[in-house]
Design a protein around this ligand. Structure first.
Ligand code: FAD
Length: 487
């Protein structure tokens, strides 16, 4: 059996950060990623588009799965977006080298201190995150708010409407930071390259290359060290312990998901960064089947949907629905008397929305009441979510309160049954120590969204917080690995 010094499973925020920090310390590292690489080229045709979706739009699915475009027949392919169907909630996740950063809205949003304190344990020092780890992730990706010339452009009417209506109602709103190359956006606006993000093409990937996705930032730097090998189309299926560490089973697949080979590999240092749902499922199954029997009972608990809402409004001034991606502006109604909410504009192409309508994503302090359960009959792990719990439904009430105060427009739909922001399942400080070292198993670490312990990222999109927790964890974990190797 092959021996790997450090194995990282998944290449999203947690995986890319783990790989870079291991590599910089000289630790030879392999990253196994279930999805493909998605190199952006001058041909501007790397990813599927909403106009003409194909297999690249979904992970091994015969139909499309994006909320604005469901159930269009496509070829079964290792595409970028998966919809995990749970009991009470569906979860969207990215697949491919770069993970969620391929499909995300590029929002890297830091929670306000008081919101953070309501969600995260008191021992997790906000000052330290604020001064060290949040800035490190912002620097690692490269972020900026939407420049004034872009915001003023015809394509961004929706974002301006959002800012103006909040200001008129006396509700705080602002531009937040995005991991984008604004010069590429300017080139799209000038017609120098085909429109992609400015036409709301966000969730299938960005053909213009405007997204500073992790394959082009953190992972590129990790690979440049020569210490990291990224293996795409490698699906980890099982983990169990042996006398010297962990045996990891994986499938090598082709672009259509057919299994080419099934192999095992051995490692002493295993970093699970397959995302909140996939990491938790691997560990719950390992505990319940006896492969990792000492895993804590807290594994599979405290999952949350980030207080997410998808909202459609109509009856507004001209908004250019479907234009002006990604979201650049946010209403921060955190002192909302019903429930704090952040509401960001979410351009939805192909939804057939009339002029004056607007898609939004809402985020609140959702509860950590989701849980994962193993079914021996199917050998699968399911996700249960209490969709009618008052802690869930109050967030929609909070959003309605914000729009009542804004006054204008009509709410067409508020949907809390879908999240792209899964949080938790292997809660930090409960299933692991305070840095993601998994209880009961020295050498096993979780450093991805599964760690978020309180059900949400405190009224923000979670990637920046997941990245900050990963940076913080790696700074604590890596010296011990280096010491062990030099001993
Ligand atoms: C459409 C969409 C838009 C979003 N927009 C934003 C946004 O603007 N801002 C924000 O903060 N967040 C956003 N998110 C959420 C964000 O993408 C996640 O919070 C973030 O990527 C989570 O990082 P992670 O490391 O936990 O996991 P991920 O980034 O999900 O990475 C996990 C990786 O593991 C791989 N993997 C899974 N299972 C296996 C396996 N068995 N073997 C090998 N590899 C495996 C996956 O393919 C994936 O590449 C969005 C998500 C979606 C779906």
């Amino acid at each position: 059996m092959n021996e790997i010094e450090a194995l990282v499973v998944g290449s999203g925020f947690g995986g890319a950060i783990a790989a870079l920090r291991l590599a910089e310390a000289g630790v030879r590292t392999v990253v196994m990623e279930r999805g493909r690489r998605w190199p952006v080229t001058g041909a501007h045709d790397t990813f599927a588009t909403y106009d003409k979706p194909d297999g690249r739009a979904a992970w091994l699915s015969p139909v499309t799965v994006a909320p604005a475009q469901e159930d269009v027949p496509i070829d079964v392919y290792t595409g970028v977006l998966e919809r995990v169907r749970g009991d009470g909630i569906d979860v969207l996740v990215g697949a491919g080298v770069g993970g969620g950063s391929l499909v995300y809205n590029t929002v890297l949003y830091q929670p306000r201190r008081d919101m953070f304190a309501r969600v995260f344990p008191s021992w997790l020092d906000y000052d330290e995150l604020d001064e060290v780890w949040y800035p490190k992730v912002r620097e690692g990706v490269g972020v900026a708010t939407m420049p004034a010339d872009v915001l003023a452009h015809e394509h961004y009417r929706g974002q301006r409407v959002l800012l103006e209506e909040a200001s008129a109602a006396g509700i705080p709103a602002r531009l937040f930071e995005l991991g984008l190359d604004w010069d590429v956006i300017r080139a799209e606006l000038a017609g120098a390259v085909p429109p992609s993000l400015i036409a709301g093409q966000v969730w299938y990937g960005s053909n213009s290359g405007a997204k500073r996705s992790l394959d082009r930032t953190y992972l590129a730097r990790a690979e440049a060290t020569g210490k990291v090998e990224v293996l795409p189309l490698h699906v980890v299926t099982d983990v169990h312990e042996n006398d010297h560490g962990f045996v990891v089973a994986y499938d090598e697949i082709d672009d259509n998901g057919r299994v080419l080979a099934h192999r095992d590999v051995h490692t002493r240092h295993l970093f699970l960064t397959a995302g909140s749902v996939a990491t938790t499922r691997l560990l719950v199954r390992a505990r319940e089947t006896g492969a990792l029997p000492k895993l804590d009972d807290a594994v599979g608990t405290r999952w949350g949907a980030n207080g997410d809402l998808v909202i459609i409004r109509s009856g507004l001034p001209p908004t250019g629905p479907g234009e002006g991606g990604p979201a650049g502006a946010v209403i921060e109604d955190l002192d909302n008397p019903v429930a704090p909410v952040a509401l960001a504009c979410m351009p939805i192409p192909q939804a057939g929305m009339p002029e004056g309508s607007m898609g939004l994503i809402g985020m609140g302090l959702g509860p950590a009441k989701g849980s994962f359960h193993y079914d021996a009959g199917t050998d699968a792990v399911g996700l249960r979510w209490p969709s009618t719990d008052p802690g869930v439904t109050v967030i929609a009430d909070g959003a309605r309160s914000t729009f009542d105060r804004i006054g204008a427009g009509k709410i067409e739909a508020v949907d809390a049954g879908l999240t792209g922001h899964p949080c938790g399942g292997v809660p930090l400080g409960l299933a692991t120590d305070r840095y993601g070292r998994v209880n009961g198993y020295p050498g096993l670490y979780v450093v991805d969204g599964a760690l978020v312990p309180g059900g949400s990222a405190a009224c923000t999109n979670p990637a920046l917080t997941i990245g900050a927790l990963a940076e913080r964890a790696m700074a604590a974990i890596v010296p011990g690995i280096v010491e062990e190797q030099t001993a």
